[in-house]
Design a protein around this ligand. Sequence first.
Ligand code: P6P
Length: 334
Amino acid sequence: MSERLGMPLSRFILEEQRKHPGARGEFSIIMEQLATASQVVRGHVRKAGLVDILGFTGKLNVFGERVRRLDEFSNHVFMEAIKTSGRFCAMASEEMKEAVLISNGGEYVITFDPLDGSSNIDINISIGTIFSIFKRTSSGEMATMDDLLQPGNKQIAAGYIIYGSSTMFVYTTGHGVYGFTFDPAVGTYLLSHEPIKIPEKGKIYSVNEGNYKHWIENGIKKYIDWLKEKDEETKRPYSMRYIGCMVADIHRTLLKGGIFMYPADKKNPNGKLRLLYEANPMGFIIEQAGGIASTGRERILDIVPETLHQRVPVIMGSPYDVKKAIEFIEQYSK
Ligand code: P6P
């Protein structure tokens, strides 16, 4: 049992910075701002059924999806926290068509999904926030799009907050994955999971099979059918769990093992999930926990983004399970 369990997030970040030479002193300010923003969102999420924050704004986002009030509120809260930190020269949100360049900003850029899985708000099921942080590569007064379109293997940090039965802040800076649980009595996040290591193999698969079974590429269909067969040695059939919120499905996969998939299908050749706001940060976390994050044909973190809202197929989780899925794709998908 680690003697650090129960350590406040702020102290943990300072300790970690001292352990890793060349650490960036301002990093603790960044994480503090993000943690504080998540506590503001948490407060509203927890009373969403009571205050007039449910429902839709009447607007559509860049994907043509209806924007909920809590989506817009969360986006505003995280944007303000990012600006207030004074450490970012650019930010891009899944909820905004264009990136925001910040004059006199700092040396970092951030991409984030302020409220992932927001369709679950009205039915009181877990939702989350996802963030991905890079060092800027440009040197001019203002950041450039290239600063935001870096491959995921250049991330210096990634994390998510899951607003569930408890609120957890999970992040990595490339030195393992650490989980903090919010303690309302203390009013901050306390270290509760250190470090998070994904099991080599799981017994759960997670995919929206109902909607997409007909269109999912053949290799994945064959893989799912294989998972349903009975076999003692490989502990099949697997159980299927799907929450419809990537943060929640990945959080379970991290802790229990198994595989999460949002594959390409005939209607969406690049799948649904966004590279910058979902696949890259979650892929960094999964890899840091010892898992694999692939499109089924390449490592997600090696993809050089072309546009802010680019989608990629996502297959991530325990090494045994992801390798098996890739075997089926290689054997059965064109
Ligand atoms: P579907 C939420 O909208 C999201 O972006 C991810 O969090 C989640 O994994 C996926 O979409 C759910 O999509 O098509 O199964 O409802």
